[in-house]
Design a protein around this ligand. Structure first.
Ligand SMILES: O=C(O)CCC(=O)C1=CC=C[C@@H](O)[C@@H]1C(=O)O
Ligand SMILES: [Mg+2]
Length: 334
């Protein structure tokens, strides 16, 4: 395990930025995040604002791996990447998907579609999924409900949406017991992927042990880093999909390192979300082209860090958060 660098050493290179989104995603219109650099490279610390200090400690562990340890060996130099579609109206679908540069090769790849958004109906979900199927007849379509349905709603919705052909359904319901119930009711007709049941659980392996999912979604930052995510996949013994957390290109590079190091990579990775942002802190940005990304390092650009610097009160908030979360991590290491 990593020996924590002194807090002052982290603070010395810390920047807080606020990056505007092109399209609202999980309620976020302005993505605030912190980056810093250590001897091994640039690192991102970007738990969502509402996350507790305890939950955020894993995100800090991931950032410190990136900055002070570096990533494990890659076994591939290119990874397939899915497009990610927020819960937009059917009319907005072509415009949002155009940003993902799927190209003619990528057009046969995967699109992840958000469903079960608060305040929206199953009819709206079906219209959005139908619009993607119409636009991209060959693409794989996966949906993500972020636990927004109960068991009955999920079974009904997945039976209905499966007419469009689903690669899998991500976190249709909130709990492991509900995931198991949905999976058993659908009897293999739709594969079930666990996301929140892995990254927000006290035991990330419990969902696999319960036989409640067909595959796991793994994200480097919420799981405590690339090495920890690799261990979880190895221990779970289930196929894994690599995804991310609405990061800048620096944070996405941790997901890219995870995708590059996994022994098997059977699914396109959810690493394309910089395409949903109107700004970034690296140039060129880590975005997909023709359905994938070359594995590479990312370095933050001083001009962009200055251009998108967060206001002083928000910078102070993030510095305070870093200090508190560092103390949580130091306590856990002791
Ligand atoms: O997996 C993808 O295609 C992109 C990442 C993504 O969907 C998410 C990123 C950040 C927060 C989450 O609400 C969301 C997810 O639930 O998987
Ligand atoms: Mg998800």
């Amino acid at each position: 395990m990593l020996t924590l660098p002194p807090l002052d050493e982290i603070l010395a290179t810390a920047h807080v930025v606020a990056l505007p989104m092109k399209v609202k995603f999980r309620g976020v219109e302005l993505r605030e995040l912190m980056v810093f650099s250590g001897p091994a490279g640039w690192a991102e610390f970007s738990p969502f604002l509402e996350y507790s200090d305890v939950e955020s400690a894993r995100w800090l562990a991931s950032a410190l791996e990136a900055g002070w340890v570096g990533y494990p060996e890659s076994v591939r130099d290119w990874v397939p990447v899915n497009a990610t579609l927020p819960a937009v109206s059917p009319a907005e679908v072509p415009g949002v998907l155009a940003a993902f540069n799927m190209g003619s090769a990528g057009a046969a790849q995967s699109v992840k579609i958000k469903v079960a958004e608060a305040g929206q109906s199953l009819g709206e979900d079906a219209a959005r999924v139908g619009a993607v199927r119409h636009l991209l007849p060959e693409a794989k379509i996966r949906i993500d409900a972020n636990g927004g349905w109960d068991v009955g709603q999920a079974v009904k919705a997945l039976r209905m949406l499966s007419v469009f052909g689903l690669e899998y359904a991500e976190q249709p319901v909130a709990t492991i017991a509900e995931m198991a119930a949905v999976r058993s009711a659908l009897d293999g007709s739709v594969l079930i992927a666990a996301d929140e049941s892995v990254r927000k659980a006290t035991d990330p392996l419990a969902v696999a042990r319960a036989g409640a999912a067909d595959l796991l979604v793994v994200k480097a930052a919420p799981l405590g880093g690339v090495r920890r995510a690799l261990e979880i996949v190895a221990e779970a013994g289930l196929p894994a999909v690599v995804s991310s957390a609405l990061d800048s290109s620096v944070g996405i590079s941790a997901g890219l390192a995870l995708a590059a190091a996994l022994p098997e990579l059977p699914y396109a990775c959810g690493l394309g979300t910089v395409s949903l942002m109107a700004a970034d802190i690296a140039s060129p940005s880590l975005v997909a082209e023709a359905g994938g990304m070359n594995v590479r390092e990312v370095v933050a650009d001083p001009g962009l860090l200055a251009q998108f610097a967060a206001p002083a009160d928000r910078r102070d908030w993030w510095l305070g958060r870093l200090g508190r979360v560092y103390a949580v991590l130091a306590g856990a290491e002791a």
